[in-house]
Design a protein around this ligand. Structure first.
Ligand SMILES: NC(=O)c1ccc[n+]([C@@H]2O[C@H](COP(=O)([O-])OP(=O)(O)OC[C@H]3O[C@@H](n4cnc5c(N)ncnc54)[C@H](OP(=O)(O)O)[C@@H]3O)[C@@H](O)[C@H]2O)c1
Length: 314
């Protein structure tokens, strides 16, 4: 089968296509014929090996040769302990621990896969797993009607879902991203937008009940300036320095914590049903064929994507 592989961290030039053996599922694993796979910031980070946390499991060189976590496709074979899924099922999920989606077939553990609702195309389904679940776990239970929510890095894949969820909960939403994404964030539902290259939201004099930080680079003291009394700050991604500050000092300054997102098929199906009902919209910026996956990664990594980028494999 055709697979996009790499053996050293670096720019997309380190990637190459190889013919490799089709993997065989072990006991609790499923072989998925990949129809579509979306690109996440985490794919880019694990390609270039930065921030440092992206090297967990492979400090000097990547442990997994083929990237691609968010897969949607058809079950081709199952291991002997697989009970829920069968050959032919259409499935989707966040295959973060195995990856391998930038290929014609990928191995995933049964527990990370859900049966794809028939109302979602493979492309839409592949766009959801990581981004939609981060957004749900970041917003759910944290927002009351009329509250002010700021989403930092709101113009990307996760941000587009997070804006919509905060609006559904009745919040007034501010989206922060670069100038090219301001109109997009407004179109998705943000009332206010901030260009982070011109304005530091922590110094703009406004306070928020929730800051969901998808691109956290500020200090815990800066976050405190931006939080209302009893406001909450959730760090999802960004610099390692900020990550450590939030871990160590976050609880001391109040309301600041790291959001560890785990693939969760119940949450994924919750988000999928909101999409099939038309309550949420999946914003797919561009589609690339498998042969152009390096360009798809570059599009996300260089910050040009408005919402999600999908690689169509079949
Ligand atoms: N905590 C967890 O368990 C967990 C699990 C999986 C993923 N993640 C993280 O979740 C994050 C969200 O990923 P995603 O897929 O939504 O990423 P994405 O599509 O790349 O969106 C991130 C957005 O942030 C913007 N941005 C970059 N630097 C910024 C800054 N200083 N201030 C404001 N915005 C900035 C980017 O735009 P430009 O770069 O164009 O400016 C981009 O639009 C990633 O950091 C990923 O590592 C966390």
């Amino acid at each position: 089968m055709k697979a996009l592989v790499y053996d050293a961290y670096g720019p997309p030039d380190v990637l190459r296509f190889e013919e490799v053996d089709r993997p065989v599922p072990r006991a609790d694993e499923v072989l998925v014929q990949v129809h579509a796979v979306s690109v996440n910031a985490s794919d880019w980070e694990t390609l270039v090996g930065s921030p440092a946390y992206s090297r967990i499991g492979g400090l000097r060189r990547p442990r997994i040769r083929t990237l691609g976590s968010d897969i949607a496709g058809r079950v081709e074979a199952v291991g002997p302990d697989v009970t829920r899924l069968k050959v032919g099922d259409e499935v989707f999920g966040d295959n973060l621990d195995r990856k391998g989606g930038f290929a014609e077939y990928a191995i995933a553990r049964e527990k990370v896969l859900a049966v794809k609702p028939p109302g979602l195309s493979f492309e839409e389904a592949s766009a959801m797993p990581q981004s939609a679940v981060i957004a749900l776990q970041g917003i759910r239970g944290a927002v009351r009607p009329g509250q002010h929510v700021l989403i930092n890095g709101a113009g990307g894949g996760t941000g587009a879902y997070a804006i919509q969820l905060a609006k559904l909960d009745g919040a007034e939403v501010t989206g922060v991203d670069n100038a090219a994404k301001l109109d997009f964030m407004r179109a998705v539902g943000a009332e206010h937008v901030v260009d982070y290259t011109r304005t530091d939201f922590t110094r703009a004099g406004k306070r928020y009940d929730l800051v969901l930080d998808l691109a956290g680079h500020h200090s815990v003291l800066a976050h405190r300036r931006a939080l209302a009394r009893r406001g909450r700050y959730r760090w999802v991604g960004g610099s390692v320095g900020t990550l450590f500050q939030v871990l160590i000092a976050g609880p001391l300054v109040g309301g600041q914590r790291l959001l560890v997102v785990r693939p969760n098929t119940t949450d994924l199906l919750t988000m999928a049903s909101l999409c099939t009902a038309g309550t949420l919209v999946t914003h797919i910026d561009r589609r690339f064929p498998l042969d152009e996956t390096p360009a798809a990664l570059r599009h996300v990594g260089e910050g040009r994507a408005l919402g999600k980028v999908v690689v169509t494999v079949r």
